[in-house]
Design a protein around this ligand. Sequence first.
Ligand SMILES: C[S@@+](CC[C@H](N)C(=O)[O-])C[C@H]1O[C@@H](n2cnc3c(N)ncnc32)[C@H](O)[C@@H]1O
Length: 302
Amino acid sequence: MVLPPEKQQKHPDNLNAIWYNRVIYKEQKKALDAFLRQLDLPIPLTKYAVDRTAKTGQILAYLDAVHAQLRQFSSRRRVVCIEGAAGNPLLSFLVYYYYTALQGRPLAIHCIDTNAILMDKARRRAQALQFDHLHFHTGDIADFHIAGRVDMVYALHACGTATDKALHLGLRHHANCIMAVPCCQHSLRRQMRGHPLKQLTKHSIFKEKIAYMVGDALRALLLEMQGYKVDIIEFASSRYTEKNALIRARRSPGNKASGLWQEYVQLRDAFHLAPPLESYLNMEGKVPARCQPLPQVAEATP
Ligand SMILES: C[S@@+](CC[C@H](N)C(=O)[O-])C[C@H]1O[C@@H](n2cnc3c(N)ncnc32)[C@H](O)[C@@H]1O
């Protein structure tokens, strides 16, 4: 439904505001708004309102994805989750509220982030809400460990290698379910060299997309090789976030399909990549010697 212009500013759920970011629109907003009205078109909202709506859409969609997994676990015991790179951990507040207050099932969530200010602020908010089993830890995901059973590890837009660290955190804890919506793939994008798709990657938007796809496909293969069933799904509308690919891995011991290492090495070496998750697994001796990476080639493909 398109709202009349005079009501739009009061309704931050109107997503037409994407326009607002355009330079041309910012520079001549008044005149363009007047003309849009003449055309009976709605006027975009402020960027601030759009961003807030997008975050709500993201975390509600992520809650759906979490729910699809958590509903399969026993509701008689306390389910334990970890969120890596939680930032301002709105997602974990929502998940915690949904299960404890609305579903009445026991749940504990541990949120980790390197940002002490955000963790302290979240801890105060949790205390005020009496969310007693919602915990906050300041530090690097790579150094985090808790004793006992972990049911789920999840991450939303953990930047760069933080996504790999979150996936590895799930593997280290033998979590039943590991989920991550990756963020930027800058380092892989820079590494992509001498590969067979140079006609595509000379266009930077395609290069960006291919870096995402190849990087996530390699992560998925590594998780599969560690005994997980993996799929990658679009978890939210791209109106809420362009980074909307969710890697979803469910532990399935004995599901180690043969030939996966070959597939992995083929893809990795075609693009001359050094995926961080592989190096974390390598440090634990979980990568066969025959999969050692090729030396990087000197020439970068555009
Ligand atoms: C883009 S924010 C995402 C925050 C939150 N998940 C969200 O979706 O709003 C990325 C967060 O990752 C955190 N981070 C980056 N590397 C990290 C690491 N190695 N360990 C823990 N947190 C990390 C940053 O401090 C930042 O808060």
